[in-house]
Design a protein around this ligand. Structure first.
Ligand code: DGL
Length: 284
């Protein structure tokens, strides 16, 4: 990955859709995107060597995310989805405002927060919503601010779940040990606001803990993973922007990049994606 301000040579020909996450979590978004739009080519990048991002400062998350976007652009992507709430909360706007102009003003970077927030108005009846996320996303207050822009009547409670990403990254999401950490946070947020009827999994790793989350969520409280909403919002984006659609190749292929060991990533990705995945290691 390149240091800032170093000129990049970007291929002008059409390429795959880039999907980025700090680690494996973005695969939950990629799965849904591919289900909805199987014709496109995808290039996934997991920065597993530097995950989790959740507790890193704004500066560090921005720096890592910018490097990832530049790498995906250099590999031919014209559109990159930040399939990571922490990166969407802490880096998306700066990249859109400060970096795209320098890199290539025709390329685009999209996040996952806005498409998720847009759906909430029709999902909650009590108008009390809970956000489960990394400390970085919670502290950025991005969800609270975005929700109140669209739905000022919704009461928002947030809860950081600092152990959940490490449970996924270390393949402990189905272990008995995960029960303690999942129960603590689900019960915690519902105790803080018993009127919550909608719990947003505002971290792309969290759907991989779904079995445990459901176990501790009372009936009547809806769990909202983001993949479906991000996927349909991306499809809408392509319909509204045929010029970007034309820059995305459609061979139905998916390739995986990781900053950690390729075989380790391939093994986990194969399990998460329910299909054989091969990975290539890139330098962070
Ligand atoms: N999947 C990332 C998110 O949605 C996890 C962040 C992390 O690495 O802590 O926020």
């Amino acid at each position: 990955m390149t240091p800032p301000d170093q000129p990049l040579t970007l291929p002008a020909t059409p390429g795959p859709v880039g999907v980025f996450d700090s680690g494996y979590g973005g695969l939950t978004i990629l799965r849904q995107i591919r289900q909805l739009m199987p014709a496109y080519d995808y290039l996934y990048l997991g920065d597993n060597a530097r995950a989790p991002y959740g507790a890193h400062s704004f500066e560090v998350v921005y720096e890592y995310t910018r490097q990832a976007v530049e790498l995906l652009f250099a590999r031919g992507c014209h559109l990159v989805v930040l399939a990571c709430n922490t990166a969407s909360a802490k880096a998306l706007r700066t990249i859109q405002q400060n970096d795209l102009g320098r890199l290539d003003p025709t390329r685009r970077v999209l996040g996952v927060i806005r498409p998720t927030v847009e759906t909430l108005g029709s999902l909650t009846r009590t108008r009390h919503v809970g956000i489960l996320a990394t400390a970085g996303t919670v502290n950025s207050r991005s969800y609270e601010l975005e929700i109140h822009k669209l739905y000022p009547d919704i009461t928002v409670s947030q809860m950081a779940c600092p152990m959940w990403v490490p449970l996924v990254e270390n393949y402990e999401f189905d272990s008995p040990g995960a029960d303690y950490f999942v129960r603590k946070r689900v019960e915690g947020i519902l105790r803080a606001d018993p009127e919550i009827d909608t719990l947003v999994l505002a971290c792309t790793h969290y759907p991989l803990l779904m079995n445990k989350i459901l176990k501790y969520t009372p009936p009547g409280v809806r769990i909202v993973p983001q993949g479906e909403y991000v996927a349909s919002s991306l499809r809408d984006y392509f319909q509204r922007h045929p010029e970007m659609d034309a820059q995305c190749t459609k061979g139905g292929h998916c390739h995986y990049l990781t900053t950690e060991a390729a075989d380790k990533f391939a093994e986990s990705a194969t399990l998460f994606m329910h299909e054989p995945c091969e990975a290539e290691r890139v330098q962070p």
